[in-house]
Design a protein around this ligand. Sequence first.
Ligand SMILES: [Mn+2]
Length: 484
Amino acid sequence: MKTRFPNACIASRIVRTIAIVAVMAAAFAVPTFINPTAAEDGLLANQPKSEYRARRQKLMEQIKNGIVVLVGAREEDLGEVGRFRQKNDIMYLTGMETPAAYFMLIPPGLLPDKAAKEIIFIPPRNPRRERWTGIQIGPGQEGQQKFGIQEAASSADFYKRLFEILNSSPFKSEDSAARARLYTIVPGGSNATTLRESLFVERIRKEAPHVQIEDVSPLLGELRKTKSAAEIALLQKAIDITGEAQRDVARTIKPGAYEYEVQAALEYAFARNGAERPGFPSIVGSGFYSTILHYNENRKRIEAGDLIVVDIGAEYSYYTADITRTYPASGKFTPRQREIYQLVLDAQRACEKAFKPGESTMAQLTQVARKVMQDSPLRDRAGNTLDRYFIHGLGHWLGMDVHDVGNYAPPLPPNSVITIEPGIYIPEEKLGVRIEDDYLVTDKGLVKMSGKIPSDPDEIERLMSSGMQAKPASSSSSKRSSDR
Ligand SMILES: [Mn+2]
């Protein structure tokens, strides 16, 4: 397993990111249905406009019998403390961060005598509000120019335009198989973050009950599952920033420190390196809490002898890393901690080795990890093998969502990005170990994108001891050094 760019530092990665993005801009042909006058230059959220256009084109090729409508995020959805973040699906297709927007895609020939159309609906300019919010690009020429989209209409006209289409003849055909559909996000369950989509679906069901509504999520999931070079570059950047943060974690952990101090250090490393936010709540779990998978209160004092599971991911330009390391509070693993740590690492390495391009599925790799634990001579206090303490899935897609979208059943396709994160959690020993890395799937094998971040137990101990020596000598740290 080799890292792709083993010697690159963060700064050179930024240059590389820009270079890759520029190459991608040139590589994508302009689809014919798009307004050719739209500006070709410029990036949206660090990706070329042509990239978003190619995604819309791909989606349109798959949906010929209906329109697609997506509802964007609103500022008020995020409450008093939230900073605006666009919803991932609409962001993926448009690169548009305007609050309270809608997106519509109409394939060619669906409406009689009408060409294909892609429309964003955004709020009209409001100079008084812009004194508070800063400049918001409005509908019309400026919106079309800025977002490289065929039409930028006013969101005030959204429902009028939508119902005109939904009440046109293709949506009212007698033959239900031939009838045009409305493709949108149909949320499952009552999830607050998808509430706006639910309200949209409810309104259509009420006001246009004849319309057949289809969930577009599976199609978008498959599109988002495989990443372009520009997306991979952004993920690599998020991963590198997270690597910097894990190094700071190793320097901060010591007996007597609080979990939130570790959180502060790592989130400072995120911000310092340009990450917009953590991609998910940072997990710093020490002692017993190392065995709680999604512990993120981070309030406990770290005690000598604890293991600390640190599961974190920086988000950079809408793409998040997800990397877990496990550290010994005192800078050195106990023999018991080390043997379990090594077993988890062996399980991860076995998965890397077992991976076969075009064949391996996530379920098969999970079995590989499980078998390593079953075959190990290590036991719990009752004499059981330790696979029973591997209580979660082996990994997941990684992308705009930390648990990214897409079907897991087929073999892992080239250009998908996955995590491999075996873990063993033994509450009665207050001992949890998880090791999580991020991998690019290629047709030649896995590329470990987080390979520069140490995970070998000796390297972890070395990293921690260099951190302890770098600090002004306190009595406790000098004592720990002499213990070794
Ligand atoms: Mn994960």
